[in-house]
Design a protein around this ligand. Structure first.
Ligand SMILES: Nc1ncnc2c1ncn2[C@@H]1O[C@H](COP(=O)(O)OP(=O)(O)OP(=O)(O)O)[C@@H](O)[C@H]1O
Ligand SMILES: [Mg+2]
Length: 246
């Protein structure tokens, strides 16, 4: 993106940002039409999340947890409803604007890491930076700083496949941070890890939220981790059943 376009979009962002909420979800519904019939994955869900909050999303399998994350991360479009991030209405934009927004403001962490195994750790972390227009030097500098902060800079030249699960998840966290996102979305980030490693990854996400004022939304099946977050949203059948501060 050119500098001029950057400035224009930043100006729009400032104009529209009259909101201390990092995320505002209003009447969000997602309905899948399948050969087996209609599936209401989300049914008019509304909530807001403040900047820097560390929120867990819990609920039985099929309750809509991943659907919420995928919509907030603009990986998918809702059937109806509105999502605003930093005061910007996501789905009022065209696909390429949404892609830019996603790349710059949202970091994703998945249960299965989703790293590119044929390239190095360093290149994995740099890639979203390069896509968003960073120079190689800047992307490399930032990637190394983040890898250092997460204690895995010594693995920079390894392929992710050769690392332990916990190390791979740290690389995924590093990658999610390269563009300095305001929201980090983590879908069962500890689901493939043993308890100790999962706790370490959880602590890392908590630190990101509390020390660096990142908004973190984490789906988890682990009740202890959920209770250690700031706030837990319990979903059932596509609706919010409970929303409590811990
Ligand atoms: N692409 C899709 N097509 C059709 N139905 C879908 C699709 N994705 C999700 N669903 C349905 O939407 C509902 C919510 O799914 P979702 O993946 O959000 O659940 P979840 O809470 O993340 O479950 P889990 O804990 O198993 O990951 C489920 O009934 C699921 O079968
Ligand atoms: Mg899921």
């Amino acid at each position: 993106m050119s500098n001029k376009q950057d400035l224009i979009s930043e100006k729009n962002i400032k104009m529209e940002t009259d909101d201390s909420h990092a995320l505002r979800v209003e009447n969000l519904s997602k309905i899948y039409d399948t050969s087996a019939g209609r599936v209401v994955a989300l049914d008019k869900v509304s909530f807001t999340i403040k900047k820097g909050e560390f929120v867990s999303v819990v609920g039985p399998s099929g309750s809509g947890k991943s659907t919420i994350l995928n919509l907030v991360g603009a990986l998918d479009r809702p059937t109806s409803g509105k999502i605003s991030i930093d005061g910007i209405n996501m789905f009022s934009m065209n696909d390429s604007e949404i892609a830019t927004m996603r790349n710059k403001r949202i970091g994703f962490i998945f249960q299965s890491f989703n790293l590119i195994n044929r390239t190095t750790v360093l290149k994995n972390v740099k890639l979203p930076g390069l896509i968003s227009g960073m120079s190689h030097d800047v992307a490399e500098f930032r990637a190394m700083k983040i890898l250092e902060a997460l204690g895995i800079d010594d693995k920079k030249d390894q392929k992710p496949i050769n690392l332990s699960g916990g190390q791979q998840q740290r690389v995924a966290i590093a990658r999610s941070l390269i563009n300095n996102p305001s929201i980090i979305l983590a879908d069962e980030p500890t689901g493939n890890l043993d308890t100790k490693t999962g706790d370490d990854v959880f602590t890392m996400l908590k630190n990101l939220s509390h020390k660096f004022q990142r908004t973190v939304i984490m789906v988890t099946h682990n009740p202890e981790l959920a209770e250690s977050s700031d706030r837990s949203i319990l979903l059932r059948d596509g609706r919010i059943e409970k929303d409590v501060y811990n």
